[in-house]
Write a new protein. Sequence first.
Length: 399
Amino acid sequence: MSARGHDLPRQPARIPWTGRRGPFVAEAVVLGTLVVLDLVFAVGTGPVRGELATIALEFAPGVGPVVALLAVLRRRFPDRIAVLAGAVSGLSLLSTGITAGIAAAGSRLPPQPGAAEAFAIALLVGACCHRLSPRAATAQAVLGGAAVTLGPILRYGADTPAALYSAGAAVVWGAALAGGLVLRDADVRHRVEVLEARGTERLRLARELHDLVAHQITGIVVRVQAAHRVAERTGGDAATFAELETAGAAALAAMRRLVGALRTGEEDLFVPPADLATAVDRAVPDDDRVHLDLGADLAAVAVAPEVVTTAHRLLTESLTNVRRHAPDAAEVRVLVHHEPPGELRIEVVNDGAARPARRGGYGLLGMAERVAAVGGTVHAGPADGQRWRVVARLPLEPG
């Protein structure tokens, strides 16, 4: 089999220094420039009247460098973005409160642009919209928006150039918010593309296993069966051929199960070996809504390990679908019975009219392929109008 078209580099490609550090350097340069401009603007401010105004004028320029540092630190501590964003917005609002209080006392300060402060808040708002949950991102965006848009007006008054500063800060804040949402959407699309690529690769592997390996094993089993029949008629070593036939059939069944698992995309293929009653008990949650009807004779019934695993998977998936698609179900009935001569009947019924999941490997297709791999059948559909029922019949020994 040629690997052409699927070649991958043996070692990860090295990202140039400019690619790894470029965004950080750009942010640091912009923030540093804005901090310097804010300081120059503050130094160039004329004298103010009042001791409180003088103290506030000395305090205000220090906010910019602090918030700029906190904004840069979000790259070093990505899991602390919410804390950093809250700290920056809180510090900005604190500065607004102090300045507005001084102005109310009659010592209004000359307007300061606060460009570094606005840009730092915008960076953190964008990062929050990109990384945090929708609720947390919304809270940080509102808090940051209030800090950068209302802050200048509350500090210096709407009849000053602060109104222009506020408008500019609002534009920067909106651009950062939009950028964060765009990056968030790009991440989602990337994850979907990765999952689709993995699914395509699994299907390719499943086809190759089925076409190359399963067919070869089938041919071996057929030849061993023929030799077994000849040995029985001629008095040869029929027992050895019988063992080979059994081993080949088991290998073929295992290969089919592996192909089915690859097609459905399940991560773990088998449940730890256990008897059927234990497997059912593990699959059925301890929930007052779930009523389990376990056949009394199941303990005495010999069930193949792969059938036990399939039963466990079937119950787990069916009950998971109930939680996902019928959360309002008041009652879920689970039935596991042995039906002679050699069949298991598994039934899951809920009154929430749950529909099967649509994602590959987690709905009817995944259950049907797994059940078919052991020679069973499964049916799912509405029952009695308001209920949803999944019924499966599994052989005690895989067919």
